[in-house]
Ligand binder design. Structure first.
Ligand code: COA
Length: 164
């Protein structure tokens, strides 16, 4: 992911986390998705970038939702039997509640139906929460892309997960 993650440690309690659902991202979700995107990344995707992605047959874009509220999202592009995870973010108020884990598990399930057997992504070297999350879900560090990120400039760690 060619973006920067800003830090935020706010939390909000939800009594029953099972009420959080995961479903495919829809056009109507984009204002809220882009709000989280802008809060989170120094180089955010535009609304039209998400809109174009939703039209692609080889893309899987999901949201985590609570009623009408979008809490997070995850996007993947399929290239043959590989999936490139392009986006994952959770609203700052709802981090640390397992939402990103739920999003990844669901994207893996959709990917299995499409014959995807391996996943890759890039993450900022300093993004410990994301690297921890990916490691927990079976990704391993496979190399560095030097100075891949801007604002601020930073190396990207390349991670791969082989098999579901
Ligand atoms: N520091 C260390 N580990 C963290 C963490 C933090 N701040 N936040 C989450 N984790 C760990 C959790 O502890 C959990 O592991 P555990 O079960 O061993 O404790 C694991 O990551 C999954 O946590 P989860 O609650 O599912 O993650 P989340 O919903 O808070 O979302 C991010 C994780 C990375 C998506 C979220 O922090 C975020 O949106 N960050 C900004 C965007 C970003 O960096 N995206 C990735 C770009 S490559």
């Amino acid at each position: 992911m060619n973006r920067d993650a800003k830090e935020n440690t706010n939390e909000k309690n939800i009594d029953n986390k099972d009420v959080i659902g995961i479903r495919k991202m829809l056009l109507k979700d984009l204002p809220q998705v882009c709000e989280i995107e802008r809060q989170t990344f120094s180089v955010p995707w535009s609304e039209s970038a998400f809109e174009e992605s939703l039209k692609l047959p080889h893309a899987i874009f999901l949201v985590a939702y609570l009623g009408e509220q979008i809490l997070g999202y995850c996007g993947l592009y399929q290239v043959f039997n590989e999936g490139d995870i392009t986006n994952i973010a959770v609203s700052p108020d709802y981090r640390g509640m397992g939402i990103a884990g739920k999003l990844l598990e669901t994207v893996f399930a959709y990917s299995a139906e499409r014959g995807i057997e391996a996943f890759t992504l890039e993450v900022r070297e300093s993004n410990a929460p994301a690297i921890h999350l990916y490691s927990k879900y079976g990704f391993e560090q496979a190399g560095l892309r030097k100075n891949f990120y801007e604002k601020p400039k930073e190396h990207a760690v390349i991670m791969w997960k082989r098999g579901l």
